[in-house]
Design a protein around this ligand. Structure first.
Ligand SMILES: [Zn+2]
Length: 321
């Protein structure tokens, strides 16, 4: 009898223990579940998905932006601009807010145009927010309407181009040694192709540019002078890496119609030169189309610029600066 009693009370205790354990597990399970749900709600995956971004977008945003940008995106309505700018091959992280600023005022522009304008600072007026050119970059230094050289800058290793290849007297046309060496290779290749190129303009001093600019300014005012000449310090010719070239017998007005120009378009990059102010990049370079103005930047940069149809201005922003 006692043994039976004991047995049944042990059974009951066991039963209670099982039930208690069961409740405990259910409780623990629910607790963990709720906690992990709460934790998930704190993640960017959850927050971005409730904003309407899909998995691909979320991964792209998380891979490329830091907390600051993601929190900013979460404060705004859903907009594809945040992922679309990332897909542009010239996207620069530090320009994030400038892209958005420019986009908010120019939402009809393509993403490529927005990235290109901001990267090249052409979202500013010419000469606005300009800074000193970094001459330590040598043939990759950028001089344009936003980057200037000071009065004292003269290129290192300047050499004179022999009159075989250049107009004027010996000493009139000068470039850096590296530009000259590359130019000789370019000249020889173009000569083999049946052309005779001549350098018409090259290294120009600050003072020379000053007198050219001032003359236009005196005659017809600043607006006119700005439209036709670079302000002193802002001319690429002061770098010693620029040349104006024509085929013998041609000039500014008709060089673009020649076969030698077409040959240069397709081949100059192999020798480290680029057409610096192309017809379809006027808004970016700030210069009207100049079929004659070539710039030495080295073969690697020239090839990239040629193959990707970008300007040196943007190449500089993405790769050099
Ligand atoms: Zn020029």
């Amino acid at each position: 009898m006692t043994r039976l009693k004991l047995k049944s009370s042990a059974k009951r205790a066991l039963g209670i223990a099982v039930v208690v354990l069961l409740f405990l597990s259910i409780g623990l399970y629910s607790f963990i579940k709720i906690k992990s749900e709460k934790d998930y709600e704190k993640t960017y995956d959850y927050k971005l998905s409730t904003k309407g971004y899909n998995e691909n977008d979320i991964n792209l945003l998380k891979e490329n932006y830091k907390d600051k940008e993601i929190n900013y995106i979460l404060e705004q309505d859903k907009n594809d601009i945040y992922t679309n700018i990332l897909k542009d091959k010239m996207f620069i992280y530090n320009n994030f807010y400038d892209y958005l600023d420019y986009y908010s005022n120019n939402s009809t522009l393509s993403v490529r145009e927005i990235v290109e304008k901001v990267n090249t600072k052409t979202n500013n007026a010419y000469y606005e927010n300009s800074e000193q050119a970094d001459t330590s970059k040598k043939e990759l230094m950028l001089v344009n309407k936003y980057y200037y050289l000071d009065e004292s800058y003269t290129p290192e290793n300047i050499v004179s181009i022999p009159t075989t290849y250049a107009w004027g007297n010996f000493g009139d046309q000068q470039v850096t040694q590296s530009t000259y060496d590359a130019f000789l290779n370019l000249w020889n290749a173009s000569h083999e192709a049946g052309f005779y190129l001549m350098v018409n303009s090259s290294y120009r001093t600050f003072e020379k540019q000053q007198s050219v600019y001032d003359e236009y300014k005196k005659a017809r005012g600043t607006e006119y002078a700005d439209s036709i000449a670079a302000r002193p310090g802002y001319s690429e010719h002061q770098t010693g890496y620029s040349i104006d070239i024509f085929e013998k017998g041609y000039s500014k007005s008709n060089f673009s119609e020649t076969d030698s120009y077409k040959w240069l378009l397709e081949n100059a990059h192999n020798y480290g030169f680029i057409l610096r102010y192309p017809e379809d990049k006027v808004d970016i370079t700030g210069y009207d189309f100049e079929s004659w103005h070539f710039r030495y930047v080295g073969v690697e940069a020239a090839t990239y610029i040629y193959e990707n149809n970008i300007t040196f201005d943007e190449y500089y922003a993405y790769f050099v600066k």
